[in-house]
Design a binder for this molecule. Sequence first.
Ligand code: UDX
Length: 435
Amino acid sequence: MNIAVIGAGYVGTTTSVAFAEYGHKVIVVDHDLKKIEKLQQSILPFYEEGIEDLLKVLITKGNISFTENVNSAINQSDLLFITVGTPSLDDGVADISYVEEVARTIGQHMNDHKIIVIKSTVPIGTGDKVKDIINEELANRNKQIPFDVVSNPEFLREGKALHDARYPERIVIGCNSKKAEKEMKDLYKEVNAQLLITSVKDAEMIKYASNTFLATKISFINELARLCEKMGVDITNVAKGMGLDSRIGPQFLHAGIGYGGSCFPKDVKALKALSLQEKIPLHILEAVTHINDTQAEWFMQKVKNTLGDLSGKRIAILGLTFKPDTDDIREASSIKIIDFLIKNQAVISAYDPKGIEHVKKIFPSITYTSTPFEALQGADAIILVTEWKDIIEIDWKAAKNSMNQPFLFDGRNALNASRMVKLGYSYFGVGLPSN
Ligand code: UDX
């Protein structure tokens, strides 16, 4: 199939690579010429394991190409994917102006039947808006060209995008015509996944409902962790016990210092704002956001209560990205933690394998190191913020010996608590009985 993917951001690029790998011919469009030129040389604007290598192969094969010429991309393709950003407005509502702009462009240029597929995360009812805009543009051109609008949300996780694109658990297709349904099924015929066909609006809601539910699970376990810690209960055992019930499941019950990234914070806000607009407020999402906004601070109060005055204390921050295997620092807990430490006049040295350059732009004056070991030399405490493999696997015995005092605050419960205590650390996790 011939596919145009409009918007070469994270979702657009990873999805395009997946489609090209399924054997389709994909043209990726973006108005940022510099980005296009880099992508033509298989250089990604973000870090995602395995994608660049695969991109090289697919470009050579001729399955994927990049252009800023939207008109020709539209008219060479049957399926047009919209993968532009939908950032939060001040009130939390998702801004769909980039989606509307693409819809307008499609209406201005299309010359025959197209299936327009919205992959961006959009408020419920956006499919109808896109349809209206295209009809408006066609009317301006005195043209009557049939088209379909489909919602096909993505569920890719950063750091695992290639795996998720190759082996998705489910594919949700929201469409209101048999023709579009058939084409969409053909698009995914190589993929072994559960297929769910719904209305466009249902599919739009599935995306929000999925992300906000996962965020709810995390905030639930994080708040429960606070209570467990107070009562001498181990949250990791509680999560294990809960997860053995197949109705609950073990995933997303890992207590920590809060979720971040480009999706959960934004989507929780957007669905909450949507519910307020409809006057059916989703109170649960208010709590989910509040817990997440305060989780890092709750953790840092523990650091402060343990170490006392933080002024002049040397603190090593291990991990800066919102999770491992990505260079993304959007809404990362590290930002709140560094901010707290700076306000308390601590001396910070930070390590991360991929995120330093981005964090440096926000906090230019703290020290950044190229190994975890350099960061913790002479430190009064370590705060483990992101559970990167190269951080978890450092020689913790040697690390302790090179610190000034062996305080270890594990914000992700990523280390073996009893082993750390045996090594002589004063170890503090999230929701664990005090040692
Ligand atoms: C998420 C969804 O998983 C994905 O389906 C959607 O398409 C985009 O949003 P992503 O943001 O890449 O993906 O990361 P994810 O692995 O879901 O983790 C999100 C955040 O939750 C991270 O900060 C992670 O550390 C945190 N998290 C996750 C927890 O704190 N505890 C958990 O048990 C799981």
